[in-house]
Design a protein around this ligand. Structure first.
Ligand code: GAL
Length: 366
């Protein structure tokens, strides 16, 4: 069922709170210090980031009664992030999502990438940007904002990708938003497709299911996929399918549909109708807690992954407490396998060019 009247009850949070930032050292890793920073707008928003993977570890937001709780999945210890392959809160790169068979050709040269999601390469390979220690370049606060800028320089040939690529990721926080800006340059032609990989659970109870969250995606099309997650021929209309989120819909409504059985839920890329930072592309709410997030992006696509983790009985020791559907990722990005798809928007970056991308998350309460 699509509920169209819900939106009128939601409001932006109050502003007027000055930010504070605190710093602490987590651990040393590969001769580098892994640190974390907490940005705090008292009573409104608290975000903790670390330079390992330029990762958002925690994001505390108020519910309808003003009670703060963490709304993203994460861990307390670095080794959990190192061992896990779910990319909690990470900056994913050099290429988010899948590249078919770990191969693509650029300027007549075939690039071979390590396979980490057989038979494909996922999220930049097993040692992608999420597994690197980034450099904190800049940290700033003003009366209304706090920002942290991380940089990672990926050597030529790292994980099979050509060109020495430098990526800057800037997180800008206000009491009611998180704005992520990406900028990159390279010394040889390469491909780039970074994304932010937080899993939201707006209830503030990360062990609970997100199937009662309500989602709207501003997309009349999505990319059907083969059994390995690679797009088939092109865009299909969502109308009349379980992929229709053009109006607010409970996530659990169609999650058991036969078309979602192979993936155990949603794990697809939607083709955004209006890929601009000025138009909302996704709206996610949790009616019970009264929290909502709106997403705006310059990217043409959004991968909605409903956290289709193995059921608890299949989890091993390392499986932690996160169960199937305990969080959902809304990853703004270019389309999967673009380096092999001349008909998809290009992900090629050449020397002399500057790559720009941005995604804004606005937090509202009922
Ligand atoms: C998503 C991807 C999923 C899964 C997940 C990490 O971005 O689409 O298939 O690999 O990351 O667990």
């Amino acid at each position: 069922m699509i509920v169209r009247s819900e939106i009128v009850f939601w409001q932006l949070m109050e502003t007027g709170k000055k930010p504070e930032i605190s710093e602490s050292t987590l651990v040393r890793h590969k001769e580098q210090e892994v640190k974390k920073w907490t940005v705090r707008f008292e009573g409104r928003l608290e975000a903790t980031l670390m330079n390992y993977g330029a990762t958002l570890m925690e994001l505390h937001l108020p519910d309808a009664d003003g009670k703060l709780a963490n709304v993203v999945l994460g861990y307390d210890h670095l080794h959990d992030y190192q061992e896990d392959d779910r990319y909690f809160g990470a900056t994913v790169g050099r290429y988010a999502n899948r590249i078919a068979n770990g191969k693509f050709t650029l300027n007549g040269h075939t690039c071979s990438l390590p396979i980490n999601n057989s038979p494909n390469t996922l999220h930049g390979g097993p040692d992608g940007f999420d597994k690197q220690v980034w450099h904190l370049d800049d940290i700033q606060t003003s009366d209304t904002e706090a920002s942290l800028c991380f940089t990672y320089t990926s050597p030529d040939g790292e994980q099979g990708f050509p060109g020495r690529l430098t990526l800057n990721v800037t997180y800008v926080f206000t009491p009611d938003s998180m704005h992520i800006r990406y900028e990159a340059t390279t010394d040889k032609a390469t491909v780039i497709n970074p994304t932010h990989h937080s899993y939201f659970n707006l209830s503030g109870k990360p062990g609970s299911s997100i199937t009662d969250h309500v989602l709207m995606l501003n997309a009349f099309g999505y990319l059907p996929i083969d059994p390995t997650g690679i797009p088939l021929s092109g865009v299909s209309e969502v109308r009349g399918t379980p992929f229709d989120f053009t109006g607010p819909k409970r996530i659990g409504e169609d999650i058991g549909h036969k078309d979602l059985q192979r993936t155990n839920g949603y794990d697809h890329c939607w083709v955004l109708d209006e890929p601009t930072i000025d138009k909302v592309c996704a709206r996610l709410s949790d009616p019970a807690s009264g929290r909502m997030v709106e997403i705006y992006t310059s990217e043409p696509g959004i991968q909605f992954f409903s956290g289709n983790f193995p059921p608890p009985e299949e989890l091993n020791e390392g499986g932690r407490h996160y169960i199937r559907y305990s969080g959902l990722a809304l990853e703004t990005q270019h389309f999967p396998d673009s380096p092999n798809r001349p008909n998809f928007p290009s992900t090629i970056l050449s020397p002399g060019e500057v790559f720009h991308s941005q995604t804004l998350y606005r937090f509202l309460i009922r």
